[in-house]
Design a protein around this ligand. Sequence first.
Ligand code: TTP
Ligand code: MG
Length: 359
Amino acid sequence: MSDKKRIILHVDMDHFFTAIEEREHPEFKGKPVIVGADPKEGKGRGVVSTCNYEARKFGVRSGMPISKAWKLCPQAVYLPVNYELYTKVSERVMEILRKYAVKFESWGIDEAFLDVTSKVKDYTEAETLARRIKEEILEKEGLTCSIGIGPNKLAAKIASDQQKPNGLTVVKPEEVEKFLEPLPVRKLLWVGRKTEQKLQAMGIKTIGDLARYDPTVLAETFGLMGKQLYLMAHGIDRSEVEERSEIKSISREKTFDEDTNDFNLVAKTLDGLAEEVYRDVLRQNIYFKTVTVKVRYENFETHTHSKTLSFITNRLDDLKKTAKELLQAYLNPNVKIRLIGVRVSNFASFEKQKTLVEI
Ligand code: TTP
Ligand code: MG
C-alpha cells in the first residue's frame, strides 16, 4: 500500500500513571506527583515510573533513580505503582480507541495506532475524528491524551510527541520530510542509545543529517538497519497497523533494600514476583512459553537469561520452577545482588492456543 494513501493516528496518553492518580485524588491537582519506588526520604533505591508535568518542571523523569527525584523535588507527592488500576484504565481506553479504527494496534499500556484510512476522506476529517476521540476519553475517563496524524506509523508516532500534553499534531504526506528534518535522530523509533552515539560520531545529529547522508555508507556501517534508517529519515515507513496480542510480556522486578547474597531471600523474592506476574497472566487469560530472569549485581552489571519451554502454559508451578532454575546460574557468593526480576512472554491467547492444539 502506498504511503500517500493511508491516514494513521497515534494516540499516547499524557503522563499516564500520574494522570490516573490525579483523577482518583483531586487533592493532588496542581502538585508535583511521582509514581514509582518508595523514596524513603532520599534513601530509596528503585526508579521513577512516571511523573506529572509539574514534577517534570523540576527535572524529574521516567526511569530516573527515585533518590535523584527526591533531591530534585522532595515536596512532590510520592505514590507506589498501582498496576492493577492502570491496567484496568488502559483496557477501557483501548476499547474506546478501537471502535474508531479500521485497523487497530495497541502499543504498550498507554499508546495505540489507528488506521482510519477508509473512515475519513482527508486530513481535515481525520483531525475532527481525533478531536472526537480526545473528547470521549476525557468525558469517560477524565484523562487527556496527545494524538499525532500522519501517512504512516513513524510520522504519526513522532507527531504525537510534539505537543504534549493534550496535543494534536497533523503531518500531511507532503510535509513529512520537512517535519522530521530538524528533529534529533533519537526520535526514530529504533534508534537506541548506542546507535545514536555511533551516528553522532559520524556527524549525524538530526534526522535531516541522516536523510542527506550517503545511503551506501549507512548500509556498510549498520547493515540492514542502515537502509531502514535511511528510509525512515525520508519519512518512509510501510509497516501496517496490525492487531496483536495487546501485551507482549508481563514482568515484575524488585530492588533490594540492601545489596544481598542471602540466596534464600533472593529465591523468596523471586517467588513473590512470580506470583505477582501470575496474577496478571490469569487476569489476561494468557498462556506463555518463555520465562526470563533478570539480575542486577551490586556493580550495576545486569544480566537476563531466558528459557523457552517446549509447551505453552499458564501454571504458576511452571513459572516458579523455571525461574528458580534460571536463577541458579546467577548465584555467586562473591557478588551481591541489587535487583531481581522475572518476566513471561511469547504469549498465545486462548484462541490461538486452540488452533495450535488442533493443528
Ligand atoms: P510514557 O507514555 O512514555 O510516559 P507518560 O505517559 O507517563 O508521559 P507522556 O505524557 O510523556 O506520554 O509511558 C506510559 C506509562 O508507562 C507511564 O505513565 C509509566 C510507564 N513507564 C514506566 O513505568 N517506566 C518508564 O521508564 C516509562 C518511560 C514509562
Ligand atoms: Mg504516555
